[in-house]
Design a protein around this ligand. Structure first.
Ligand code: ADP
Ligand code: ZN
Length: 544
């Protein structure tokens, strides 16, 4: 290797070298994984690339190694400041000259990074996409030598995606400003729609596309109906994964803290993690999780990005995720070492009602709401499906065929549906009963009620609220006694999930949708998983 000339690239030790050697020498890995080799060589040679690779697949190497073997600085656009810090710190430990520019830096720090960049003393420079809206940043970039642009979390450019960020729309302009600099866009979201939008909006029409196999065969997917979330979770964590490391996701900070406490009370070594905790508490939770064995982190979705622990044995969700993309990303943190792991989710009627309401009362515009509803419906379809969960997921991510065999994904043998096929139950009669109760209540009262009241009416539950609201005077009082309250909750949940009814307004009052007509008239049967009812009837907390 020739000594680097002074000035541009002074000190860059790897320009023109074989990527495999750099991988070994700088990062300590023997070989590239999956598509990495092809991607690295393509980008190192100056080609554009679109990379769809699941969480944990090793996306960073795909731009870090080419940044080192090409002249100049690799400019990485990444939306999460915390993640940037971690990456930069890790790179520096490996001897790579990396830095970031972000709003939390002092003027002096910023000047120093800018100077180093302009003088060619940086291998990698991390930037938040919004910085590109300032002409100052564009001028700065123009004064240095750019090896490549890496656009991380590229799905953020998709308006239909689950994590749209308007700043990403500007990134298409990089192609015009720097037509000769290779660009690589990376994401773990692989729906065909998102893929198309990334290609279009980032002007990557000429790019080579690398779509990895999204299957994570060592993860067992399990989705069950929620009866007593705490008891079910404790059984899952303590009963089935005692002493193992795992992550439990909940939607709110309060739920995180309550759940962590409940697990601790049950003898599990659980710590809470959410953005509202002081940073030293969060850091402590994270450090314990990484360094010690068998720590369970109960967290909001703020936890996990950039955390790289190979032996996470389970990921549990006690609240319904808002999209399949989110669910897959979160569950993907299990089993990076390839050993058997579980993704477990409990969801119930309340989840469906709550999320529908959150969307309705959210501050987004109509487009946003439609979009969120679509994502929620897809998540619910996954929950209610009676086919293999994995086949469903892979199809969702556009993986129509099994790599190697070319066959469509079928039964995987490693999900709850495959291991314990649910029986279909003809729920047409209770479905019709619920629909007519809603309609009759409307006629008799000039309004309708939320799920809980309707279930009281159907079962004839003389609760305080039922008496107070004189529900027992309705003509439908007690007509559904044949089924238990828990069974009715299952029916209502299923109907909400598949869009036969809606929960509207602040109170979540039930209303039939257009789709309910053929059900009422008897033209369309309602089939749901019998397992929901069977387990509801026995209290539901049992393991299989
Ligand atoms: P992603 O961004 O796709 O979720 P990362 O880039 O964070 O994945 O990589 C996941 C883990 O895999 C990291 O610990 C990374 O160091 C490791 N890794 C990446 N490439 C290789 C490789 N070729 N050999 C071994 N480990 C690798
Ligand atoms: Zn399966």
């Amino acid at each position: 290797v020739q000594p680097a000339p002074a000035g541009l690239n002074a000190g860059a030790k790897h320009v023109g070298r074989d990527p495999r050697e750099v991988l070994a020498e700088v990062f300590g890995y023997d070989a590239f994984r999956g598509d990495q080799d092809a991607i690295v060589r393509h980008v190192a040679a100056g080609g554009d690339a679109v990379v769809l690779m699941p969480t944990g697949g090793g996306k960073s190497m795909c731009y870090q190694v080419p940044s080192l073997v090409r002249e100049g600085t690799g400019v990485v656009l990444s939306p999460l400041v915390a993640l940037m810090h971690d990456q930069v710190a890790a790179l520096r430990l490996a001897g790579v000259r990396a830095a970031s520019l972000n709003s939390s830096m002092s003027m002096d720090e910023r000047r120093e990074v800018e100077r180093a960049y302009v003088q060619g003393e940086l291998d990698l420079l991390y930037l938040a996409p919004e910085r590109l809206s300032s002409p100052g940043t564009i001028d700065l970039l123009a004064r240095g030598h750019i090896a490549l642009f890496a656009i991380d979390e590229a799905h953020c450019v998709s308006q239909w995606g689950h994590d749209f960020r308007p700043d990403y729309l500007r990134l298409g302009a990089l192609a015009e400003r720097w037509p000769d600099v290779p660009r690589i866009a990376l994401t773990a979201t692989a729906t065909p729609e998102t893929h198309r939008e990334i290609t279009e909006r980032l002007h990557l029409g000429e790019a080579k596309h690398f779509v990895s196999n999204f299957d994570r065969p060592n993860i067992r997917y399990r989705i069950e109906s929620k009866q007593n979330a705490r008891a079910q979770l404790t059984q899952f964590v303590r009963g089935e994964h005692a002493g193992e490391a795992g992550i439990v996701y909940a939607l709110s900070r309060k739920r995180v803290e309550q759940t962590a406490k409940a697990l601790r009370d049950a003898g599990v070594d659980a710590v809470a993690y959410h953005a509202g905790l002081p940073s030293h508490v969060r850091l402590d939770a994270q450090t314990r999780f990484l360094r010690e064995d068998g720590v369970v982190v109960v967290a909001t979705i703020a936890f996990g990005m950039g955390i790289d622990k190979p032996d996470v044995r389970f990921v549990a969700h006690i609240d319904l995720p808002k999209s399949i993309e989110g669910y897959y990303q979160e569950t993907g943190r299990a089993g990076r070492d390839g050993a058997p792991s579980e993704a477990w989710l409990a969801y119930g009627l309340q989840d469906v009602v709550q999320q529908r309401q959150m969307i309705e009362s959210g501050d987004g515009d109509q487009v946003t709401r439609t979009n969120q509803t679509r994502h929620l419906n897809q998540m619910l379809a996954l929950c209610e499906t009676v086919e293999c969960r994995r086949a469903f997921l892979l199809r969702y991510f556009g993986q129509e065929t099994e790599p190697g065999t070319g066959a469509a994904p079928t039964a995987c043998g490693n999900c709850d549906v495959c291991l314990n096929p649910p029986k279909l139950w003809d729920a047409t009669v209770p479905a019709q009963m619920l629909l007519s109760t809603i309609l009759r209540t409307h006629r008799e009262r000039g309004r309708t009620y939320a799920a809980g009241q309707h279930i009281d009416v159907l079962c004839g539950v003389a609760s305080e609220r039922a008496t107070q609201m004189k529900l027992d005077e309705l003509t439908t009082w007690g007509i559904g006694k044949e089924w238990s309250v828990a069974q009715w909750r299952g029916v209502v949940r299923h109907m909400l999930a598949v869009g036969l009814i809606e929960a509207r307004g602040e109170w979540g009052v039930l209303e039939p949708t257009q789709d309910a007509k053929p059900v009422l008239s008897g033209e369309m049967p309602v089939r749901m998983r019998e397992e929901v009812l069977a387990r509801a009837a026995t209290g539901g907390a049992g393991r299989r």
